[in-house]
Design a protein around this ligand. Structure first.
Ligand code: FMN
Length: 205
């Protein structure tokens, strides 16, 4: 059982990372393998809507997005953590997620998603909602906590003082582990739910 964790922060001493580290402790105690990648400092361009991915099954720009795609396909769950920038996810991370989810054609159904936001003060729930949108358009159940998954801090290291936020991280990780294990059992017993052929309408006809 494997979880891929993506940190959207560019900072070395990232507060998002302190939240993710709290989750990693739980995953390790649950015998869940963790693969981790920090993307915020990388040069990741946005989607240019060229549509080449519909033929290639991967993004035409052969960069870190296609590397993450391979790891995502292998994983049973995906954790995405973002620093809040202007009450939104970090732009580099959004570029990666747009291209990752749009260009990949492997089945994401029942891979468990978990979003984590980190801010000094405001915008965590907007960011949390934004990140969850990638999961909930892809048939991915979402691991939640006892509150909306967020840790607070501004200067490096401050998130380690947010006892309530760190508790949410541990809770979300435990719930995610439970969901992944339960889904693995359910797949064996019942198989994946039937998926119908897509119907695309654009509201004008
Ligand atoms: C460009 C920019 C925009 C930010 N916008 C917000 C914001 O809207 N709300 C907030 O509370 N903090 C905001 N922050 C503060 C960061 O969210 C905060 O420092 C957080 O700890 C960063 O996480 P990191 O250390 O993992 O990068 C902003 C920081 C930057 C650099």
């Amino acid at each position: 059982m494997k979880v891929l964790m993506i940190n959207g922060s560019p900072r070395k001493e990232s507060n998002v990372q302190l939240g993710l580290d709290e989750m990693i402790k739980v995953f390790e105690s649950e015998d869940i393998e963790v693969e981790f990648i920090q993307v915020g400092g990388k040069d990741i361009r946005g989607c240019i809507a060229c549509g080449r991915c519909s033929e290639l099954g991967k993004c035409t720009f052969d960069d870190i997005v296609n590397e993450v795609a391979v790891k995502f396909e292998e994983a049973d769950g995906l954790v995405v953590g973002s620093p809040v920038y202007y009450a939104s996810a970090n732009g580099t991370l959004v570029s990666l997620l747009d291209r990752l989810f749009y260009s990949t054609h492997f089945d994401k159904t029942m891979k468990v998603g978990c979003a984590v936001a980190c801010a000094r003060r405001g915008g965590t729930t907007a960011t949390f909602d934004e990140l969850n949108k990638y999961f909930t358009i892809s048939g991915m159940p979402v691991a939640s906590g006892q509150y909306w998954n967020a840790v607070h801090g501004a200067a490096p290291g401050q998130a380690s003082e947010d006892a309530e936020g760190l508790l949410q991280m541990r809770t979300a990780a435990r719930n995610m582990a439970f969901l992944m294990k339960s889904i693995a059992l359910g797949k064996e017993r019942f198989g994946l739910p039937e998926r119908e052929q897509g119907v695309f309408t654009n509201f004008i006809r």
